[in-house]
Design a binder for this molecule. Sequence first.
Ligand code: AMP
Length: 220
Amino acid sequence: MRIVLVGPPGAGKGTQAALLAKTLSIPHVSTGDLFRANISQGTELGLAAKSIMDAGQLVPDEVTIAMAKDRLAEPDAANGFLLDGFPRNVTQAVALDEILKEWGISLDGVLDLEVPEDEVVRRIAGRRTCRNNNQHIFHVEYKRPQVDGVCDICGGELYQRGDDTEETVRTRLEVYHTQTEPIIEYYQEQGLVTTILAMGSVDEVTRRAIEALRKDEDED
Ligand code: AMP
């Protein structure tokens, strides 16, 4: 299956994408994670992306599209993938369609995670991420680690992402509304979108997501 996950920052895309990818046996491809890996490895791309990310803005399309294409061309993505955080605007969506067309394949579905806006700000501003593994995510209120600042899973240091401050969250939400939301309409025109409510426990949302994707598959 080739799926795109969309939703505002804080909708739980990263968490759900990791779980869904495991269930569906396809790689989870997150452009945010790819950028963060470049930042921690100190690459030129990472250096260029860091200040843009910390400001909550989008990294230029040319760089992002090339990076996503390279990742999708890797062998593990040959039979499917779950894209998280890409495409993030209509230019990227069109570019993705062209890349897939060139490869003779197409998307199977787009899963849209819906969350009320004040919940998004609460979720993100309290989020703490593990330095060792950015899938290990905690929250100062909703999912406190046993020891403050320490990851329960691997003992890594928990930190607040530079783009997870309340001020940056507001910018990221604005960027989401103005630049990313239009891709939902773009994909609706292709009949690809299923929207689910991303509230409730992580397991509940995963169940809803799997049901929605299976339904999509049955309808094809
Ligand atoms: P995420 O982890 O998906 O929330 O992404 C974190 C940040 O990485 C975003 O706020 C952007 O600055 C950058 N980023 C991730 N994916 C993209 C993309 N597809 N296009 C442009 N910038 C991106």
